[in-house]
Design a binder for this molecule. Structure first.
Ligand code: URA
Length: 244
């Protein structure tokens, strides 16, 4: 039999960023927390934390946020940083403010540069995060690069060679696939996530990346209708596509 975890209501809600335990006790006394449409006034009560809880519990009339184990697909806009700490706009600003207080914390799965756009995943699931970024898993990431100068035709073989050594590194890059779109545009698929990897790969050929957009990660792509800054939660089937 599978054992269902239980939690005190105040501890659960506080870990989901709704406020301190005292604030949850006050909200409950005021009737702001309901379970199956009935006010839940005693937040010291332990309740089973089942997957259907977000559909059954309301906080100030709103459905409870997703429980731990969430995976977010975001279309990262230009100019936002994948960091919890830096100054300026952060990708976390695009999510509900209370999610910044969730425990375990939500983090990006790998990073995109401030000037890179496109498919970014975030999760509070540390195991999943490590599985996606582990070089041993070879999860493919495809980037659309717009270049300052025309390709010279040698890049594909160099990137595929497994011999390209980036400046300041002591291990060559794993083979990567280049698909030429036009003289100054290409799709590059890599399996590693080294610092500024795609920009540095093109720099090694004497070129310069002007625009960089991640289109694909494993078997996941951005839905057409998802504008920059928009996000959605992934279903289990979509999460499985990462490793497809
Ligand atoms: N490679 C880069 O150079 N930048 C990114 O953001 C991702 C891959």
């Amino acid at each position: 039999m599978v054992k269902v975890p239980t939690s005190r209501v105040d501890k659960l809600l506080s870990s989901m960023g709704y406020g301190s335990r005292n604030e949850m006790a006050r909200l409950a006394r005021a009737g702001g927390i309901t379970l199956d449409a009935a006010p839940l006034r005693d937040v010291s009560k332990r309740i089973p934390v089942t997957p259907d809880l977000p559909a059954r519990m309301k906080i100030d009339g709103e459905a409870l946020d997703p429980l731990a184990g969430l995976v977010i697909l975001l279309n990262k806009p230009l100019g936002m940083t994948c960091s919890h700490k830096e100054d300026g706009p952060l990708v976390y600003d695009l999510l509900p403010a209370r999610w910044r207080r969730r425990e375990p914390a939500i983090s990006t799965i790998g990073r995109l540069d401030k000037q890179t756009t496109g498919l970014l995943l975030l999760t509070d699931d540390g195991d999943l995060l490590h599985r996606v970024i582990s070089p041993r898993r070879h999860v493919k990431k495809t980037y659309r690069a717009k270049l300052a100068r025309p390709l010279d035709g040698t890049e594909g073989a160099l990137f595929a060679s497994g011999q390209l050594m980036l400046e300041g590194e002591d291990k060559p890059l794993a083979p990567a696939e280049l698909a030429v779109v036009s003289a100054t545009e290409a799709l590059l698929t890599v399996t590693e996530g080294r610092y500024h990897q795609v920009r540095r790969m093109f720099a090694a050929t004497g070129n310069h990346v002007e625009d960089l957009h991640r289109e694909r990660l494993g078997g996941l792509t951005l839905p057409d209708a998802m504008a920059p800054g928009q996000w959605k939660l992934l279903t289990d089937a979509e999460i499985a596509l990462i490793f497809a």
